[in-house]
Design a binder for this molecule. Structure first.
Ligand code: AHM
Ligand code: MG
Length: 286
């Protein structure tokens, strides 16, 4: 059953990849629910994924970063809900950096505990897809078909540091944490697209990606349903961890997949990484 959803997303990926190769990257006059300006290609990618999912009998509903509300199908037996960010990295697409699509597949309800599979597509020099269920499978498209090239697993400790958010707005404890990793020899890798940045961590065996609470964005930037929950699921299945918080950071950081959200467009501070780096984050934020 899940296979038909993955198949639809793979077909959408090929289509969106061809659109990205041809289109311009002009902004429209419209904004999405979070208030972000929309590119024509954001809307086009959204329509491609939305239409390919809604025509499947197994899909009960969808929810997209580019739509105000979730869309439910009436009177059918589908049980799966799919939440997706159709084109993540709008701010870097015009400079031809890699961008992606992110998706989470939920059983009956859009809540972290009901997430049963998730993944992302990378539109880069190669078209790639990663799907996490029991393990994390890595596919590449060779121009004709998708090939599974193996599974992704994180080491206990990595060497990459990918720190998001405006640095002048970081808290002191966050600055100390990030600086301590650099002083130990971690290398900076941050493109501004969470798909290529987190994919790089997964392919290179680990490290830390952070998008913290900042003075200008106390709830972080990245959205729970469309970006954070799917990657939390992937990192756990790859042997790593993902922690974050809803609301006040005074309540501390918790496992992201145990968190409950109040609205579909909610954002939260988040940390993804190997076990060693996540232990350091917990200590730094204690
Ligand atoms: P988008 O959905 O508008 O593209 O924003 C999400 C992106 C993530 O891919 C990335 O990690 C983050 O925004 C980068 O933000 P910043 O430029 O503040 O570092
Ligand atoms: Mg996004």
């Amino acid at each position: 059953m899940l296979y038909s959803i993955i198949d639809a997303l793979q077909r959408s990926a090929v289509y969106i990849d061809s659109v990205l190769k041809k289109c311009n990257f002009d902004y429209l006059d419209s904004t999405n629910s979070t208030g972000d300006s929309q590119l024509g290609v954001d809307v086009e990618a959204n329509n491609i994924i939305k239409e390919s999912l809604l025509e499947l009998d197994v899909v009960k509903g969808i929810c997209s970063e580019e739509e105000d509300e979730a869309i439910y199908k009436e009177g059918l037996n589908g049980v799966y809900l799919v939440a997706f960010d159709p084109l993540d990295g709008s701010s870097i697409v015009s400079s031809n950096l890699s961008v992606g699509s992110i998706f989470g597949i939920y059983n009956k309800e859009f809540s972290a505990k009901n997430l049963i599979a998730s993944g992302y597509i990378v539109y880069g020099p190669r078209l790639e897809m990663v799907v996490a269920q029991d393990s994390v499978n890595h596919y590449i498209y060779n121009g004709e078909e998708w090939r599974n090239i193996g599974s992704l697993m994180l080491s206990n400790k990595g060497r990459i540091n990918s720190p998001g958010g405006t640095q002048k707005n970081w808290s002191t404890k966050h600055k100390i944490l990030i600086e301590s990793l650099f002083l130990e020899g971690y290398r900076l890798r941050y493109s501004g697209g969470m798909v290529p940045d987190l994919h790089n961590l997964l392919c290179k065996g680990g490290g830390l990606f952070s998008y913290p609470s900042t003075s200008d964005a106390p709830n972080g930037k990245l959205r729970a349903l469309f970006e954070v929950f799917p990657f939390a699921f992937i990192f756990e299945k790859a042997g790593g961890e993902a922690i974050g918080s809803i609301g006040s950071l005074n309540e501390g950081l918790s496992r992201i997949l145990d968190l409950n959200i109040d609205s579909i467009h909610q954002s939260l501070p988040c940390f993804f990484g190997s076990n060693d780096e996540i232990s350091r984050v917990k200590l730094a934020y204690k």
